[in-house]
Design a protein around this ligand. Structure first.
Ligand code: NAP
Ligand code: MG
Length: 501
């Protein structure tokens, strides 16, 4: 169990929330699963059980999709004025803000991450995003079309487009930023007028369920938002093949993304995929190392490296290699390791035993393939899933640790000689999510940015995401965008209307 001392210091609302088994949200009601089954959600800092959660399966997905379908076809949601939809969304954001400390505590408990960072980053950006998206319903519009129709020269036509919600959306999210991913998905679905069935990751269902409580208080019509915790191969899979689901929005691994694209093809669903990455951080020879070294450290160690766009391949010019490695090791060794409920701890546990084993396996593989273990490489403590921030030096393109996504606090440092080759080296991956370059020279920026095949390129920073900035992948990092105006594109159908006078 989570220790009594940990619980004692939590807000009473957080304590209440984890004091009894959590149910699922279907059609505005909190219900147990049809099978009666539950699963445990665990505290990664101890491996102990936090609370039991209803385990959704196909039957629960069927009920939730029916509710979402009815809310879309017949409910008040699609016919509600844009301003009324906006008000509901602003109310949800206000409630999230009022309960931000509780959301941060639940996130720290369930995912393991630092509670202060969760409050300042995960929860705040989630609130900001719901507000950002709440601004859109009154601004989604089509166009007037200048028609010619050459084969009807004597007729007059008026052509225009309508933007309409795609329908019922199945949204499947991962465990690394549970509140933020939930907000990214709900925000755009609600703004576009869709209804949703959301499946949080089995490792971290609590904040999505808490947001479900707030959705109920915010006054959304029943069935607009349904939340079904459960496993991917059961509840998730049932969503991806359901005939009444129009779109699947998925964030998770490329491996599972491929399974979902195939599953959704049978019913030709609209699909958007935010997948894995192996993002390069490139220090150029003229970089300001006082910025680049701490920047490269935070690019990989933030959130224990469990970040899809983490700077996991660090490219360093030969001439700067020793200096960068030394600075990076100093930064890694200075990070305090421990449970996320203590905000001083900057390195927290990985989310699960599975993730711990996976990351340790990669560190062993790097060692076996000849990488230098410059810092870290070991477990910390005898309970919980803590791994030291780890630097693998002198890695090369053929190593498994360089080719595959590790999704942990492990950076692979590669040397390079020639700046002219750097874009090629950076692009030498199946992924294309993010990249950063560190330089003071504007001509480097102008030359290199267009050559990088990635959805986001940062200059002198990394992992900066903003509600107004579209985020998504190239190549096997997926397609479709979260955030920014472009997030709406894949949630809207365009209907052309042609009227003959
Ligand atoms: P995952 O294993 O792909 O799981 C993601 C979600 O998919 C979970 O809810 C999972 O359920 C569900 N799922 C698994 N198999 C499924 C199936 N056959 N059908 C339908 N749903 C299924 O990924 P993860 O380990 O949770 O998250 C880490 C990955 O997410 C990394 O690769 C990371 O790069 C990526 N990610 C990408 C972005 C982005 O925006 N591009 C953001 C964050 C994370 P369970 O609960 O049973 O696992
Ligand atoms: Mg958990």
């Amino acid at each position: 169990m989570t220790t009594a001392a940990q619980l004692e210091n939590l807000h009473h609302k957080t304590q209440d929330f984890i004091s009894s088994p959590r149910k699922m949200l279907v059609n505005g009601q909190w219900t147990t699963s049809a099978s009666g089954k539950t699963f445990d959600t665990l505290d990664p800092s101890t491996g102990g059980v936090i609370v039991q959660v209803a385990e959704g399966d196909k039957e629960d997905i069927d009920r939730a999709v029916s509710a979402a379908r009815a809310a879309f076809e017949d409910g008040p949601w699609p016919s509600m004025n844009p301003t009324a939809r906006e008000r509901c969304m602003h109310k949800l954001a206000d409630l999230m803000e009022e309960n931000a400390d509780i959301l941060a505590e639940l996130e720290a408990l369930d995912n393991g991450k630092n509670v202060a960072i969760a409050r300042a980053v995960d929860i705040q950006v989630a609130i900001d995003y719901i507000r950002y998206m709440a601004g859109w319903p009154t601004k989604i519009m089509g166009n007037i079309l200048p028609l010619s129709v050459p084969y009807a020269p004597d007729a007059k036509f008026l052509g225009y487009t309508l933007k309409e919600p795609v329908g019922v959306v199945g949204q499947i999210i991962p465990w690394n930023f549970p509140t933020l991913m939930c907000a990214w998905k709900l925000g755009v679905a609600l703004a576009s007028g869709c209804t949703t069935v959301l499946k949080p990751a089995e490792e971290t269902p609590l904040t999505a369920l808490y947001i479900g409580e707030l959705v109920c208080q915010a006054g959304f019509p029943d069935g607009v938002v349904n939340i079904i915790p459960g496993y991917g191969h059961t509840a998730g899979a049932a969503l991806t093949t359901h005939k009444q689901v129009d779109k699947i929005a998925f964030t998770g691994s490329t491996e599972v993304g491929k399974i979902i694209v195939k599953a959704a093809a049978d019913t030709m669903k609209n699909v958007s995929m935010e997948l894995g990455g192996k993002s390069p951080a490139i220090i150029l020879p003229d970089a300001d190392l006082d910025i680049a070294i701490p920047g490269a450290a935070s690019a990989i160690f933030f959130n224990q490296g469990q970040v899809c766009c983490a700077g996991s391949r660090l490219f360093v010019p030969d001439s700067l290699y020793d200096q960068v490695i030394e600075g990076l090791a100093e930064a890694a060794n200075a990070m305090k390791i421990g449970p996320g409920l203590n905000p001083d701890n900057m390195v927290n546990p990985l989310v699960s035993q599975i993730q711990y084993d996976r990351v340790m396996g990669y560190i062993d593989s790097g060692r076996a393939e000849g990488a230098d273990i410059v810092a870290g490489g070991k477990r910390r403590g005898d309970k919980g899933y803590f791994i030291e921030p780890t630097i693998l030096g002198n890695t090369n393109r053929d190593m498994k640790v360089v080719r595959e996504e590790i999704f942990g606090p492990v950076v692979c440092v590669q040397r390079y000689n020639d700046v002219d080759d750097i874009a090629k080296l950076a692009n030498d991956t199946i992924y294309g999510l993010g990249a950063s370059i560190w330089t003071k020279d504007v001509s480097n920026i102008i030359n290199i940015v267009p050559k990088i095949r990635a959805g986001t390129v940062w200059v002198n920073c990394h992992n900066i995401l903003d509600v107004a900035m579209p985020f998504g992948g190239y190549k096997q990092s997926g397609f479709g965008k979260d955030m920014g105006k472009e997030a709406l594109d894949s949630y809207l159908e365009t209907k052309s209307v042609c009227i003959m006078a």
